[in-house]
Design a protein around this ligand. Structure first.
Ligand code: HPA
Ligand code: MG
Length: 225
């Protein structure tokens, strides 16, 4: 079985955003009016995210081939990335005149309160993932920081004996004691800042923002629990 942890063939860091990147001024972009004052800047515009996802989809098809794919979406933050990634995989497979079936399953971890990671981590989702047996599995995660979720999930998935497991992470955050291993497909490597939008939340707010943005102090106070 090929596991992503042991696999070093591709693993490119993706687009690397440097520590000094202060983002784009909010005035240059369109975003929901109800978040006025709650954001500091547009960190990654929606169009850039979409284009990067097309490249990840291309790489995934190159590696996995146009074979059936079991996609495991990590909720809630991964729902937009997963949806856009699967759409792009399907579109590119179709334009290559190939047949590919994709099936999506959902899994959830709860580990964040305000902008802090809590210690306990448990999987909420189907107990039985026996449908993964002998299949090509693609784990789709919005953000990887410590790599704890990714490791736990890989271990969990491997118990169901898939043929191959790959991990796609839209964002990898440079945190102290960060993930030792990169996901197989990385959208962007970002500085250690709390970002929201494109389904990433702060206490359930900001998922309805299309760009990835940095939250302002006002925003943090306003939506604190
Ligand atoms: N934003 C939202 N959710 C997160 C983040 C983040 O920066 N890091 C880990 N979970
Ligand atoms: Mg969250």
């Amino acid at each position: 079985m090929t596991t992503s942890m042991a696999d070093v063939q591709r693993k490119e860091p993706g687009v690397v955003i440097k520590d000094g990147w202060s983002g784009y001024s909010l005035e240059l972009f369109n975003y929901p009016e109800h978040y006025q004052g709650d954001l500091e800047c547009v960190y990654i515009p929606h169009g850039v995210i979409m284009n990067r996802i097309e490249c990840l989809a291309r790489d995934i098809l190159e590696d996995i081939g146009h074979h059936d794919m079991m996609v495991l979406c990590v909720l809630k933050g991964g729902y937009k990335f997963c949806s856009d990634l699967v759409e792009s995989i399907k579109a590119q497979s179709r334009s290559a005149n190939r047949r590919l079936t994709t099936r999506v399953e959902f899994i959830r971890f709860k580990s964040y309160l305000n902008d802090q990671s809590t210690e306990d981590l448990h999987i909420i989702g189907p107990d039985d993932l026996s449908m993964l047996k002998g299949k090509n599995v693609l784990i789709v995660e919005a953000i990887v920081d410590t790599g704890k979720t990714m490791r736990a999930l890989l271990q969990h998935v491997e118990t169901f004996q898939p043929k191959m497991v790959k991990v796609a992470g839209l964002l990898v955050k440079r945190v102290p004691h960060g993930a030792a291993e990169l996901p197989d497909y990385v959208g962007f490597v970002i500085p250690n800042r709390f970002v929201v939008g494109y389904a990433l939340d702060y206490n359930e707010y900001f998922r309805d923002l299309n760009h990835i943005c940095v939250i302002s102090e006002t925003g943090k106070q306003k939506y604190k629990v």
